[in-house]
Design a protein around this ligand. Structure first.
Ligand code: PMP
Length: 368
């Protein structure tokens, strides 16, 4: 089912979807999404910018997807949705559209790194909030749900400090209700809500962003490049499914989370990160006296996928800039893991995970 890339290369056993607890890194593509994408690799392969029938069919599918995504995030008009290759591109595009920008200290690296490179202000944290900019800036960027610790913020409250507000809503879309009131730009990726990878969107309200990828008239000249029709179609279907199932999934992950936390009560020397207002989909916990990476490896052996800190930076041994911004003591930061829930996890798998987690923590502490 999963073809080996090379028979000589070692392939780890894959966890069942129910034992995959790294849904903030990416989610499995919903079968219904795959089914609707397939025809666009086959007979429906047309270029959405061609004027012949093949192109027009692709165009119609793209516009339907735009409507579906607009409806999921509550955009007033589908024309406010610009298709991109994902949240990284969307974040880069919006940051490069302005000269004076301030970003929160908790942003994903696809906001934080461009902000550093472009010499923009990174606001100083005060616990889980941050100091407001000294002078009014053109753009302020504040994510709605943090990908590492799950903390929820209210970007619309930033309106008074900047002409325009941008919010990275990647970890919120399809999971918790998104409110675009007071938000001028919003970035997202389809693969975080059971859609395909490599496709996403940039929502824009009052003004469009500057063009980042120049060299084509696609997307009203705001983004050159042939449209990823199957991917866009997949994101549209995933949007519809998310809209219909958001409440059920929310209740489901809340239950799994509370079961897991209950089971962990018998463990000693651990803490939960992210404060009181967190997305139920993301659970960041730190265990004293162990390395998060070792816990990830041990759980992988037991057939579970979890993550140490943020997946995007999991190859780095440096504590993440988010835990850094929170002044988390190194002894806690080192032992941090992220468990992120999804609709395919089951109660049974959450109970199994808590067992394995407890055993692995005890073993690792004993070995130290
Ligand atoms: N923003 C946030 C909050 C994310 O969690 C991610 C993915 N980890 C991204 C942006 C980047 O998404 P992508 O890699 O799909 O471009």
């Amino acid at each position: 089912m999963f073809p080996a890339l090379s028979s000589r290369r070692w392939q780890p056993a894959l966890p069942a979807k129910s034992r995959y607890f790294d849904n903030a890194a990416t989610t499995p593509v919903d079968e219904r999404v795959v089914r609707e994408m397939l025809p666009f690799f086959e007979d429906g392969f047309g270029n959405a910018n061609s004027i012949h029938g093949s192109g027009q069919r692709a165009r119609a599918a793209v516009e339907l997807a735009r409507e579906r995504l607009a409806s999921l995030i509550g955009a007033e008009d589908p024309s406010q949705i610009l298709f991109t290759s994902g949240a990284t591109e969307s974040n880069n595009q919006v940051l490069r559209s302005f000269h004076t920008v301030a970003v929160s200290p908790f942003e994903h690296s696809s906001v934080w790194e461009p902000a550093k490179t472009l010499g923009f202000e990174i606001l100083e944290n005060q616990g889980l909030t941050f100091k407001t900019p000294g002078k009014t800036v053109q753009l302020l960027s504040l994510m709605s749900v943090n990908n590492e610790i799950g903390t929820i913020w209210q970007p619309a409250q930033m309106e008074r400090y900047a002409e325009f507000v941008h919010s990275d809503i990647t970890q919120a879309v399809g999971k918790i209700p998104v409110d675009l009131e007071g938000i001028d730009f919003a970035s997202l990726s389809a693969h975080k809500f059971y859609g395909p990878k490599g496709v996403g969107a940039l929502y824009h309200g009052r003004v469009p962003p500057q063009t980042l990828l120049i060299g084509g008239e696609q997307e009203n000249g705001l983004r050159g490049g042939t449209l990823n029709v199957p991917g866009i179609v997949g994101m549209g279907v995933a949007s519809d499914i998310a809209a219909q199932e958001m409440c059920v999934n929310h209740a489901h992950v809340l239950e799994l989370r509370s079961v897991l936390l209950d089971e962990l009560r018998s463990c000693t020397d651990w803490q939960q990160n992210g404060g009181d207002r967190v997305s139920p989909y993301i659970l960041s916990i730190s265990f004293l006296g162990i390395e998060g990476e070792s816990l990830v490896v041990d759980l992988d052996r037991a057939g579970f996928a979890i993550s140490s800190g943020a997946a995007c930076s999991s190859h780095s041994t440096e504590p993440s800039h988010v835990l850094g911004a929170l002044n988390t003591e190194e002894k806690w930061a080192r032992g941090t893991v992220r468990i992120s829930f999804g609709k395919y996890n089951t109660l049974e798998s959450a109970l199994d995970l808590s067992d394995s987690l407890r055993h692995a923590v005890e073993n690792l502490r004993r070995m130290n």
